[in-house]
Design a protein around this ligand. Structure first.
Ligand SMILES: Cc1ncc(COP(=O)(O)O)c(C=O)c1O
Length: 357
């Protein structure tokens, strides 16, 4: 069976070039005499892979030596708890901007650790927008403000990096490396790899030194970020890091993150223009909060949505079903989704509308 256009929200599409490279190296990695999955995580070959990935991340994001780069396990969901247990001290308050289900999960983990405060929420309109920074109500003694840069389920995205007096913690799982980030606004940025930068299994964690210095003693060893900064404490997700390194080199072959943003904005504009071109399709997110990664829209009825998704699949357009909690259609057009996929989807939308509209 040939490869189809893949709009999966995660694990998401990977660049074909990366998959081909991995296929070619599957049995023997360089001079290792074995696959990368079969050799020590302390071998010179794996060490070089991890160093190359870190070096690409540093140059793409402009990270200086103040930033540590970790590849951890247990997904972005563990970061909800890990970030709180490291930074939410008894005399401080974890502030949360609640813009969707993942942000609610992050808040719940903060609540399990200590005092929390909802600085802003878009629950009042079923998370179809991202509250502007001017509306945030940040508490006294704020340890951090936790934000979600892109809301995978509802298809909304923070525009830029807000300026506030408190360092932010960012869940960037679904738009990491899709655009530049002003890292000076953050103390901690984390992203599950499986949407934009690799397969499932690794979570990239970027953490700034002055934030690391705030960690109190007594955090359980494996959850204390300092454990992973100082040494390779346990076996890292070797294969996921290996794939991430290839994706990073693929991004560099395209250019910098500004180039990536232009590509992503252009793809998203094509699709949003088509949605807005007729009343048959309705965008879910408010226009000024629209995500350029997860494009969510509705058709006139759930019955038509079901048919649209099924017929699209037959036409070679995979995984367009909205998240089970939100319904509708969701096209995830991450970095590796080619413009041809978006064009094919638009063609399909045109045909579907003229047959059923
Ligand atoms: C924004 C966001 N945060 C967190 C998660 C949870 O990630 P994981 O499954 O790696 O725990 C997801 C998964 O879709 C997500 O989209």
């Amino acid at each position: 069976m040939e490869r189809k256009f893949n709009f999966s929200a995660g694990p998401g599409a990977l660049p074909e070039q990366v998959l081909e490279e991995a296929r070619n190296e599957m049995m023997v990695y360089k001079d290792a005499g074995a696959s990368i999955m079969e050799i020590s995580h302390r071998s010179p070959q794996y060490t070089a892979v991890a160093e190359s990935a870190r070096s690409s991340l540093r140059s793409l994001l402009g990270l200086d030596d103040e930033w540590s780069i970790l590849f951890l396990q247990s997904g972005a969901s563990l970061q909800f708890y890990q970030s709180a247990i490291n930074f939410l001290k008894p005399d401080t308050v974890g502030n949360y901007v609640v813009t969707g289900s993942w942000a609610k999960n992050a808040l719940a983990q903060g609540v399990a650790v200590g005092a929390t405060h909802v600085a802003a929420s878009s629950a009042d309109q079923n998370f179809n927008y991202v509250p502007g920074v001017e509306t945030w109500d940040i508490s006294d003694r704020a340890a951090y403000v936790h934000v979600t840069s892109n809301n995978t389920i509802y298809g909304t995205q923070m525009k830029g990096d807000p300026s506030i007096d408190v360092p932010m913690i960012c869940d960037a799982s679904s738009d990491f490396l899709s655009r530049p980030i002003d890292t000076s606004k953050y103390g901690l940025i984390y992203a599950g790899a499986q949407k934009n930068i690799g397969p499932a299994g690794a979570t990239v964690v970027l953490i700034k030194q002055d934030f690391l210095d705030r960690i109190p003693d007594g955090v359980p060893t494996l959850l204390d970020y300092r454990t992973h900064v100082s040494k390779l404490f346990h076996t890292p997700p070797v294969f996921a890091v290996y794939m991430i390194e290839k994706v990073l080199r693929w991004i560099e072959s395209i250019g910098d993150l500004e180039a990536m943003k232009i590509r992503n904005d252009d793809k998203a504009a094509l699709l949003y223009n088509r949605i807005d071109a007729s009343e048959y399709f309705t965008g879910v997110a408010m226009k000024d909060s629209r995500s350029n990664m997860n494009v969510t829209f509705r058709l006139p009825s759930e019955e038509l949505e079901g048919r649209f998704i099924a017929e699209a699949r037959t036409a070679g357009l995979l995984a367009l079903k909205g998240h089970r909690s939100a319904g509708g259609v969701r096209a995830s057009i991450y970095n590796a989704c080619p413009v041809e996929a978006v064009e094919a989807l638009i063609e399909f939308m045109d045909a579907f509308e003229s047959e059923n509209g």
